[in-house]
Structures are given as structure tokens and as C-alpha cells.
Write a protein that binds this ligand. Structure first.
Ligand code: GLC
Length: 571
């Protein structure tokens, strides 16, 4: 396997090549002739000789895969396979039609059905399971980029497999996506920044160069160039670090995170995030659409989701980075980011005026409860409630215990709006009228109470569950799961729901959306075994809390410590 950096002008991606060879492993019984003719000899992902440059800079990986390949199981194939494979008993569940043939399959439980669907969504490369396809909807011909493995979408799939004791797919995912991490220095505005993880990748089977009779498989990453937002996915690398730690904690196998190439990968992500830039905050300055909400929704600056993931990833990385000289500076920078607060002696340092408080908030705030606002910038507060950011603030301990309880209090108090008929509203409230026109650019998909603009996303169940378990209030998540169970399987596992009360399947929602399926499974698995949630939780760091409280109790008019002057770091 070779890493090839294509000239950006000829091809907007780098590819991992796996070369066809004579001992193929095939999956599924329904591979067509083209794929059946592909033959290969594979090496396991763990034998990827991923010797990467120690300093991690500027060079490609010189790892070689003598590899190859299995076939990419494409959507139609998977579905054929799916039909052949599903033969359980019990409660009757109707699944989608393929070629107008309706198949009735039965399962003992919704959970069994979900496992079956999750397994059917697995994508293979080199004969190894490597990820899960975003959506496996048989009725959808215009699949867009949903036939890709999205990094963020794979996280609940990976966790479900970890909790089931199936570690290989996660290990493969971690190691193969590491090969896709951008190694290019940003020499021109078309290159992804060094250390960036792709938003998604696809396994493509293409004719082998110079030999039309042979096929080869390539991993083709997308760094956001193909997405609607056309921006780099800042969350991917952060989620990758979080999943890496979860893999180690769950499997007990620390050898993956200790590998030189993996350590280098962590450092490259951190370097990208901790790099000096124009930003004067200890958080990450990002553009609109750089996270789960990957279209224009007015969340540029410091959206809470990125802040919470960043905080969590910093804590996870601190646990995993090997204590060696080369990491010392990075660890120092990392600890500094965790504790540093920029401010001169301003009391109202963001220049926020009470007139900014929107009328809806005055009505909406419950007597008991609170939340972290969606985005804070100088002279601007985005008061919208963003679910993922708030939930992950609890999980990562970015929110204090008191704040975390307040967030759950608010969720309970505002159940009718945030959960209603399907958990969980991605944000509240919606952008309407002029605001929608200006902020989203009249986005036809993000119309009020749809999709990212106040739609309800079943996948958010899993983050809610981890947050509730952490705060010892699992019943909140249990209730949400019960509501989802009323219709999620009958509705064919939609990507999202529309309307204020989440009454309708989203107007452009994909069905059999994998992270709706795996999000449900993670919730069920964790509620059955709450201890396991520890693999995702960052416990409150007493040293950090002390540092924060010192800052808060200190004279608010104290002078800002200038860079270069003596500073103390928690190491
Ligand atoms: C949509 C979502 C994004 C997700 C992708 C694939 O673009 O906004 O978060 O990763 O679909 O499911």
C-alpha cells in the first residue's frame, strides 16, 4: 500500500492504495462479477508497518501494506446480503424494499434488529472491517455522500462494537484513518492543514494503473471539499482522540495508543489545534459548519460543540501521550490551554449588553435549570441551546457538577420541546424569517424545525445517555429511549425528524441512518451497564478545578499575565 499525495490540481485528495493480488477474501454472497474478479492478499491493519517520521512533519508515511483487499460492499450489495442474512424470529418488522420486492423480516427485539442493521452497514477494506457507511437506505438512489464512512458518524458504531467486545473494527478504523490524516504542510489554500483528519472516506474499487483487467482498492478521504459547507471538519480529529482512548480503556489493550505512528497522529492533531493563530481565546476559532452541523447555521467562532470536544480531546490526549522529551512542549501547551484565560481587567470582557437577551429566552428559561449558550463572541451571544455541546460539556467535565445538573434540570423541564415525540432536538429554537434567510442563506434543507435548524436527531440519544449516567440520573435517558422505541424501528431509523414536536420523519432524511441505529444501541448497552460509560467520561480534574477557582476568586481586575512572563503550569 502506498500513500500518494496527489497534486491538488489533478485530484483533490490523497489516496491510500491497496493493490489487487491473487488471494481475495470476499464478503457477502451477492458481490457482482466485477468484484468477484478482484482477488487479493491482505495484511491485517495491525500489521500496518506504519513507521512514521518521529517528528511527524513533512514526510509521508513509509508504511507498506503488502496488501489487499476485500471488496467494498456497496449499498445495493449490502442490502441484498441483508435480505439473505436476516432470518430471525419474533416481533414482525417490515424493512425497506429493494427492486420493488418487499421483504418482511422479523426480530426478537428492536435491539436485535439494530445489531443486524449495524453489521450490515460495515464497510470492509483489505478484508478487514474498517468503518460503517453513513446510511444504508435501499430506497434512496440519490445517496449523495452518504455511502461514505464519516468519522463522526462512526463514533457511536465504534463504541457499540467496543461495548460488545468487538475491538478489531475500531482498531482498524483508528489505524486506517490515521493513514488518511493530512501530512501536507498547508502550502496553498487548497491543502488541508497538517494534522487534519478527514470528514469521511470512501473505499473505491478502481482499475489498476496500466492493467485494465485488474482492480485495486483505494481509500479516498474527503476533507470537507465535497461537503455542502466546504469547510474542514474540526471535530473529526477530536472524536478520533476520544475514540482512541475509549478503545484502550475498553479493550485494556494500550498497544494501539502507544504505537509511534499513533502518538505522532495525536501530536499532529494537537499541533493543529494548539497552533498560534489570530485567535485570542484559549478555545478553537472555527468557521461555520465545521462540526456535526456542517452547513451554515451561524455557528462560526467558538461553538460550544467544538469547545466541549476540544476540552475532552485535550484531557484524553494528556492521558495517552507518552511522557517523553519531545512531548514536553506540547504537554505544556496543552495544560496551558486547559487553564489559561485571556482577559485584561475587564469586568464585561465580551461587551455583552442585556438588550441582547432575546424575548424567547425570557419566556423559555425554566425556574430551575440552565445551559451553556451556543456560541460566545465579543459583543455577541448566541443564546440557542445546542444539545451536543451541552451534553458533551457534561461528559467532558467542561461544565462543573452544578452546571451539569442544571443542564439536566433544563432538559427535564423542557422535555416537551427538546424531546417531545422523538429525542433529541439538535438545537432550540429554530432560525426563522429574516434570520433564516440571512444566516443560512435561505438553505432549503435547514428550514425552520427541520434538519440542523431545530430538527430532532435520534443519534443524540447516546450522548444524552453518557451525560445522564455520569450525573447519576440515568432515568432521564431511559425515558428518552422509551420514546424513541415507540417509532424508530417502524420509521426505519431516520436520520432526523421534523417539526416542533418531532412528529414527522425529516423531509429529506435518509432512512437506515447508521448513527441513529448505533446511537440507540450505545444507549441501551450503557443503560444496561452504566459502569462502561467510564470509557467516554472525563472526570473532573481537581487540579484544573483548583486553578479555575483561583482565577475566579482572584481579583477580577487583576492584570493579564503576558506571554513570556513567568507562568505556572499544571503538569
Ligand atoms: C449530515 C450531518 C453530519 C453527518 C453527515 C453524515 O451532513 O450534518 O453531521 O456526519 O450528515 O451522516
Amino acid at each position: 500500500m502506498q500513500r500518494v499525495n496527489y497534486s491538488r490540481s489533478s485530484r483533490n485528495c490523497m489516496r491510500i492504495y491497496a493493490l489487487g493480488c491473487p488471494h481475495s477474501v470476499s464478503h457477502g454472497k451477492t458481490l457482482n462479477d466485477r468484484f468477484e474478479s478482484v482477488s487479493c492478499k491482505c495484511q491485517q491493519a495491525d500489521s500496518v508497518d506504519a513507521v512514521t517520521a518521529e517528528n511527524g512533519l513533512g514526510t509521508g508515511t513509509n508504511g507498506t501494506f503488502n496488501s489487499l483487499i476485500s471488496q467494498q460492499v456497496d449499498v445495493a450489495q449490502q442490502l441484498n446480503h441483508h435480505n439473505e442474512g436476516l432470518a430471525s424470529i419474533g416481533k414482525s418488522v417490515t424493512v425497506g424494499t429493494i427492486n420493488d420486492t418487499q421483504s418482511i423480516v422479523t426480530f426478537d427485539s428492536i435491539e436485535d434488529e439494530a445489531w443486524n442493521l449495524l453489521r450490515e452497514s460495515v464497510v470492509y477494506y483489505c478484508g478487514n472491517p474498517i468503518g460503517t457507511i453513513a446510511a444504508n437506505d435501499p430506497t434512496d438512489s440519490g445517496i449523495l455522500n452518504y455511502d461514505q464512512v464519516f468519522i463522526r458518524d462512526f463514533i457511536p458504531s465504534g463504541i457499540a462494537f467496543l461495548l460488545k467486545g468487538e475491538y478489531d473494527i475500531v482498531r482498524n478504523f483508528i489505524l486506517y484513518t490515521l493513514q488518511l490524516q493530512s501530512w501536507e504542510k498547508t502550502m496553498d489554500c487548497y491543502s488541508p492543514g497538517q494534522g487534519l483528519m478527514p470528514a469521511s472516506f470512501k473505499v473505491r474499487t478502481v482499475p489498476l494503473d496500466g492493467d485494465d483487467s485488474a482492480m485495486e482498492e483505494v481509500l479516498d478521504p474527503d476533507f470537507g471539499e465535497a461537503a455542502i459547507g466546504r469547510v474542514a471538519p474540526v471535530d473529526s480529529g477530536l472524536w478520533w482522540i476520544i475514540l482512541l482512548r475509549a478503545h484502550g480503556k475498553c479493550s485494556g489493550d494500550l498497544s494501539v495508543q502507544e504505537r509511534v505512528d499513533v502518538q505522532t497522529g495525536i501530536k499532529m492533531i494537537l499541533k493543529l489545534c494548539l497552533a498560534d493563530g489570530f485567535d485570542m481565546f484559549p478555545t478553537l476559532l472555527v468557521t461555520d459548519g465545521s462540526c456535526m452541523i456542517d452547513r451554515r447555521m451561524g455557528i462560526h467562532g467558538h461553538p460550544l460543540e467544538i469547545q466541549a470536544l476540544f476540552y475532552s480531546a485535550l484531557l484524553c490526549a494528556r492521558e495517552m501521550l507518552a511522557p517523553e522529551d519531545a512531548s514536553a512542549d506540547l504537554l505544556r501547551a496543552l495544560n496551558n490551554r486547559l487553564t489559561e484565560e485571556y482577559s485584561y481587567d475587564a469586568v464585561n470582557k465580551f461587551n455583552i449588553y442585556p438588550d441582547q437577551i432575546p424575548p424567547w429566552l425570557v419566556e423559555w428559561m425554566p425556574n430551575k435549570g440552565g445551559y451553556l449558550i451556543g456560541n460566545l463572541q465579543p459583543a455577541h451571544m448566541d443564546f440557542r441551546f445546542f444539545s451536543l455541546g451541552n451534553m458533551w460539556s457534561i461528559v467532558s467535565s467542561l461544565a462543573t457538577m452544578e452546571q451539569s445538573h442544571a443542564i439536566l434540570d433544563l432538559i427535564e423541564a423542557k422535555w416537551a420541546e427538546l424531546v417531545a415525540e422523538m429525542p433529541f432536538k439538535i438545537c432550540y429554537p429554530t432560525l426563522e424569517g429574516e434570520e433564516w434567510r440571512i444566516i443560512t442563506g435561505s438553505d432549503p434543507k435547514n428550514t425552520p424545525w427541520s434538519y440542523h435548524n431545530g430538527g430532532s436527531w435520534p443519534t443524540l440519544l447516546w450522548q444524552l445517555t453518557v451525560a445522564c449516567i455520569k450525573m447519576n440520573r440515568p432515568w432521564i435517558a431511559e425515558n428518552a429511549v422509551k420514546i424513541a422505541e415507540r417509532r424508530i424501528s417502524r420509521d426505519k431509523w431516520p436520520e432526523y425528524y421534523d417539526s416542533k414536536r418531532a412528529r414527522f420523519i425529516g423531509k429529506q432524511a435518509h432512512l437506515f441512518q447508521t448513527w441513529s441505529i448505533s446511537g440507540y444501541l450505545v444507549s441501551k448497552l450503557l443503560l444496561a451497564n452504566p459502569e462502561a460509560a467510564k470509557i467516554l467520561i472525563n472526570v473532573e480534574d481537581t487540579e484544573l478545578v483548583n486553578a479555575f477557582s483561583c482565577m475566579l476568586s482572584a481579583n477580577p481586575r487583576r492584570k493579564r499575565v503576558r506571554k513570556g512572563s513567568t507562568q505556572s503550569f499544571i503538569v
